[in-house]
Design a protein around this ligand. Sequence first.
Ligand SMILES: [Fe+2]
Length: 350
Amino acid sequence: MNDATGLFPIHPDYERVASDVRFDHATDLQLEQPAKHWTLADLGYPASVRDRFPSEVAVTAPFRILSPVGTAKLQRVVRTLREAPVGRSVDKPAASGTMIRGTVHRSSYIRDLIGSALLRDHMRKTTDVAVQPTCLSHELGHLNIPPTDAAQPAVRWHCDTNAVVLVVNVFDTSDLDGGEFQFFDGPRAEGRALLAAGMEIPEERIVTPGMTEAGWGVLLQGAAVLHRASSLRTPGERVTMASAFDPVDATFPDPNRFYPLGGVPDSERSIEIDAQFFELARYSARRSEYLLGRYLRDAEWSTDPSTIADDLARCVADVTEALDILRRGGISRSAAQALREEKDAELFDV
Ligand SMILES: [Fe+2]
């Protein structure tokens, strides 16, 4: 049932770790349904915005994903990754903690777990939408490790730039003070406006669903949910593993905002930075492949060349945009920001 092979070619430059830890869905998964979930409507999104998302589910309550056996295996892999030399990979030094990326290239365990068809089927039942691990392989299995400074949130308030995100709690954190997954009980623009004005999110608008058990996780349509991990006030082992999944149906607006930057100086380059162009190519190819397949199956006869051209252009819009970025060798920070704002407005404006 492990069929991740083929989703992305394994990057040859990463050091492999813990290759003796093998994923076995029969012993490692213990998939349970969340006791509840919050819908986009619960967060205050109007129907005109909700209709642009493939699922009504905004964020689930925590649910069990891994058995004790699977949890112990993942913990071993994560500890090994944390200590492994990174070579040209970047343990992205976020101001609010550390992020280890590229884990699906380094660990066959994480690759096979995320690629598990059983996990994918479970996610479909939970969100009512068929998903697949994103072709942006660096958005799979990345590990968030909180800062040692207890004044900093473990992960700052943010929205994801992917469609469906699975966050797995790797270690038991029930004895720790803080470090909990939390989300804003409202539309993202409202929460962001508070933060932009230098205000705190009011306590009564913060939901803490209680993801403290190891091997448990949440699913969220992360672009629509402002979320964070609270400050870790006691030292302890807290790691979350986040993975992006895309709806198989590529007709929904794409919340991904991945735009490779051009002219990155050599001192800032890494495997992840250098991989961006190929990642974008594969990601856009997957979306256009779906839309072209649908066109071949479902398009109706027309005699109007401009209508036909428009329909065809919509199918290849992602590839067309990717080609433009690739031929320019990446785009500037300001151009990427302008694109993000333009597409966020299309997705969230009422
Ligand atoms: Fe996130």
